[in-house]
Design a protein around this ligand. Structure first.
Ligand SMILES: Cc1ncc(COP(=O)(O)O)c(C=O)c1O
Length: 394
């Protein structure tokens, strides 16, 4: 297939998928693959879910798009569910992760301006990833992603992850800070979890200072870790929570969910989007959450994820070159001591779709419907490939 009419922003593997069923994909040649990536944490319900497909067909036949100039009852339905699951107050709908983060950054700045802070600053993190717009790439902690796009948006203060002293220092010296913005588990940065203790400390500091705690749950949220949102493992609540990816199980969607401190910051005219909140995306969100509950997919993510992690740890124990297996639920990373991009095509050849992030981390983000047998197959295909790769001269 020629890609000459596409802007070369990706280097895709030479495989095109024609259809999917559950955790499985078939390419245009009819070859079958086990999907341990799920469209980068998007296909929550796997492919072709028998309850989601007819619901989306029904919605397409009724109404795909109207406009935010009119009431969209499905928005209210999905917002109410997100509020119930998060314990927060209200929701703004958009179409992607970066859009949800962009909304969060605007909320933080306006929150500051409303308090009389003219040059609001936001604490962000080393190795963070928040998206590819000019503002979200400025918040991202990756020089490669930022290179060539300066001048970056100002108003960010960067600190290392899980370092309470570093953020205390910012608190003591910077009077313009209005918010802290972080991923509960860094995804693109290499599956790097924030500790429960750190999250609790940041919550405390935000409360003491009147800062917004803004948790980017775009990759780690929507049930992936075994709770609806990854921060719920720490027993805290954010003030602002962008979500996207898995919320629509494949239909583009984003949302920023706000608690009491942030829910009233935006008023009419402060933010907007043409497509955000359209009936098709809202129906996808409503049905995804309903099916997740009906099928107990949080428990499944926790159990099958724990089994997958244990299998990887068992098979890779003591293997020279394996640094660490980490992550929670069905968000797992295997850090190696060297760049490992060649594993992508080798896994694909062996019928397994994975990702490599932060150069040295094999990343697994399968659908939340993954069963124990499929998890065992991931271990059985992937671990020998990793061992073989590590035996080659570096
Ligand atoms: C934590 C996080 N935030 C934001 C984004 C950006 O989302 P999108 O690609 O939908 O704009 C991503 C995408 O990988 C992400 O992992």
């Amino acid at each position: 297939m020629s890609a000459t009419h596409l802007m070369q922003t990706y280097s895709p593997q030479p495989v095109a998928f024609a259809r999917g069923e559950g955790a499985w994909l078939w390419d245009t040649e009819g070859k079958k693959y086990l999907d341990a990536l799920a469209g980068i944490a998007v296909n929550t319900l796997g492919h072709g879910h028998p309850k989601l497909v007819p619901a989306l067909q029904d919605q397409v036949s009724k109404l795909i798009h109207s406009s935010n100039y009119y009431l969209v009852p499905l928005q209210e339905k999905l917002a109410a569910k997100l509020v119930e699951l998060s314990g927060l107050i209200n929701v703004f709908f958009c179409n992607s992760g970066l859009e949800a983060n962009e909304a969060a950054l605007k909320i933080a700045r306006k929150y500051g301006h409303d308090k009389g802070i003219e040059r609001p600053e936001i604490v962000v993190y080393e190795a963070a990833f928040h998206g590819r717009s000019i503002a979200t790439l400025s918040a991202t902690g990756n020089a490669k992603i930022q290179a060539g796009f300066g001048p970056l948006v100002e108003g960010f203060v960067r600190v290392p992850l899980n370092d309470v002293a570093a953020i205390e220092k910012v608190a003591a010296t910077n009077r313009n800070v209005v918010a802290v913005f972080l991923e509960v588990i860094q995804g693109e940065g290499g599956i790097r979890p924030t500790t429960v203790a750190y999250l609790k400390e940041v919550r405390r500091i935000c409360d003491e200072r009147g800062w917004l705690l803004m948790l980017d749950e775009v990759q780690c949220g929507m049930g992936r870790t075994g709770k609806w949102f990854a921060h719920q493992w720490a027993g805290i609540r954010p003030d602002v929570m962008p979500v996207a990816k898995g919320l629509g199980s494949g239909v583009p969607i984003g949302a920023v969910v706000c608690g009491p401190r942030a829910a009233g910051v935006f008023g009419p005219g402060n933010h907007g989007t043409t497509f955000g909140g359209n009936p098709l995306a809202m129906r996808a969100g409503v049905e995804t959450l309903r099916i997740m509950e009906e099928e107990g997919l949080l428990a499944n993510a926790a159990e099958v994820g724990a089994m997958l992690k244990a299998g990887l740890e068992r098979e890779l124990a003591g293997v020279a070159g394996v640094v660490e297996v980490r992550g929670q639920g069905l968000m797992l990373g295997i850090e190696l001591d060297r760049p490992c991009a060649p594993l992508l095509s080798r896994a694909a050849e062996a019928g397994l779709m994975i990702s490599v992030t932060a150069e040295r981390v094999v990343r697994l983000l399968p659908s939340l419907i993954l069963n124990r047998d499929e998890a065992a197959q991931i271990v059985a295909i992937l671990c020998p490939l990793i061992k073989e790769f590590l035996r080659e001269p570096a």
